[in-house]
Design a protein around this ligand. Structure first.
Ligand code: 8YV
Length: 315
C-alpha cells in the first residue's frame, strides 16, 4: 500500500504519533502558520493534514499546500479552520464528534456543582486550618430544583440537559428551531428570552464568527442576579468583558469557564473573582476520550488515503 504524505499539526500522544508515522510518511509542525516553513517538496507532496489544537488554519495556510485535499481535525469544534476557504479549494474537513459528548457534559455538570457549592473554597477551608480556626464553612447555594437553560441544544447540550433532569430541574433551551426533546422542556427561539427564564445557563453552541459574543451584554443582563453561567463551548461565544463587568458589579452570582477569549492567556480580572471557577479547556481531556478522538481522526485519514467514504466530514 503506498505511503501517503501527511503533515501532523499540533501535539499528539506518543501512541497516536507512532500510529500515524508508522502508516504514513509524515512531517510535523506545531501550528498551521509553520506550514510555510516546510520544504517545497514536502508541501507539494502533502494531500492530508492531521490538525490538533486551536490555531487558525486559513486560506494562506491551505495555499501553502497545493495538493491538500483533507484537513482531519482532532476535535468536534472546527472554528479555527476557514471552512469556506477549504470548500472553495476542494478540501474536505473532518472532525471528531460524539466520542467526547459525555466527558464534556460531565465536566459541565461538575463545574456547575463546584461553582454553586464552592467546592474549591471548601477544600481550601479544610486544608488551611480555617475550619478548626474559624469554624463552619459559610452556607452556599442549593443546586437541585432550579431552572436550567441550555444555549444550543446540540449533542453536548442534550447530554447536559439529560444529566440536569436528575437534579429535579426544569429544562429550558434555545436553538435555531425546536428539537425532538421531552415535551416538558421549554423551547425559546431567542437567547434573551431564555436568559430571563433560568437560574443556570449552560453555553454549548458551536464557536466561530457566526456565534461571536452570542452571549452578549444584553443576554447577560437578562439573567437573574443570582444566576450562574457555565461555558464549555468557546471563549468567543461570550462577551467576556461584559461578563466580567456583570460579575464585578454583583449582577451575576458566578461563572464556571472551561474556555476563554484568549486562551491559554486568561483575563486576570477573571482570576481575581472568587465567584468564578476556571478550568484549562479540559472538556474532552480524559485519556479514553482523547484516544477515541485520535482513533476517529486516524480513521478519517485512512479512509481518505484508501479512497473510501470519510467517517465524519463537515463540508
Ligand atoms: C480539545 C475541543 O480542546 O473538541 C473540541 O472542539 O475543543 C477539545 O476537545 C480539542 O480537541 C484539542 O484539539
Amino acid at each position: 500500500m503506498p505511503r501517503s504524505n501527511i503533515i501532523l499539526v499540533g501535539a499528539y500522544s506518543p501512541q497516536q504519533r507512532e500510529r500515524l508515522e508508522t502508516r504514513f510518511t509524515t512531517c510535523s509542525v506545531d501550528t498551521p502558520q509553520q506550514l510555510m516553513r516546510l520544504a517545497s517538496d514536502e508541501r507539494k507532496a502533502c494531500a492530508a493534514v492531521a490538525c490538533h489544537g486551536h490555531s487558525p488554519f486559513g486560506a494562506a495556510e491551505m495555499d501553502a499546500l497545493p495538493s491538500l485535499r483533507l484537513i482531519a481535525n482532532f476535535g468536534v469544534g472546527y472554528d479555527d479552520i476557514d471552512i469556506d476557504a477549504a470548500t472553495s479549494r476542494g478540501i474536505t474537513v473532518t472532525n471528531t464528534p460524539n466520542v467526547l459528548n459525555d466527558d464534556v457534559a460531565d465536566l459541565a455538570v461538575g463545574m456547575y456543582l463546584a461553582l454553586k457549592r464552592r467546592l474549591i473554597a471548601g477544600d481550601r477551608w479544610v486544608r488551611s486550618g480555617d475550619w478548626a480556626r474559624i469554624g463552619s464553612f459559610p452556607l452556599n447555594a442549593h443546586t437541585s430544583g432550579l431552572r436550567v437553560g441550555i444555549l444550543g441544544m446540540g449533542r453536548i447540550g442534550k447530554e447536559i440537559a439529560d444529566r440536569m433532569v436528575a437534579f429535579k430541574t426544569t429544562v429550558h433551551y434555545q436553538s435555531r428551531q425546536a428539537k425532538q426533546v421531552p415535551s416538558d422542556w421549554v423551547y425559546h427561539a431567542d437567547a434573551i428570552d431564555l436568559a430571563r427564564s433560568v437560574d443556570v445557563l449552560f453555553v454549548t453552541i458551536v464557536g466561530g464568527d457566526e456565534t461571536r459574543h452570542f452571549v452578549s451584554a444584553e443576554v447577560l443582563s437578562a439573567l437573574p442576579s443570582d444566576a450562574v453561567v457555565i461555558n464549555v463551548s468557546r471563549g468567543t461565544v461570550i462577551d467576556e468583558d461584559a461578563l466580567i463587568q456583570r460579575l464585578q458589579g454583583g449582577f451575576l452570582a458566578g461563572a464556571a469557564l472551561d474556555v476563554f477569549a484568549t486562551e491559554p492567556h486568561v483575563d486576570p480580572r477573571l482570576c481575581d473573582q472568587e465567584n468564578v471557577l476556571l478550568q484549562p479547556h479540559q472538556g474532552s481531556g480524559t485519556i479514553n476520550t482523547r484516544e477515541s478522538m485520535g482513533d476517529l481522526q486516524y480513521a478519517n485519514i485512512l479512509a481518505f488515503t484508501e479512497g473510501n467514504e470519510l467517517i465524519t466530514p463537515v463540508n
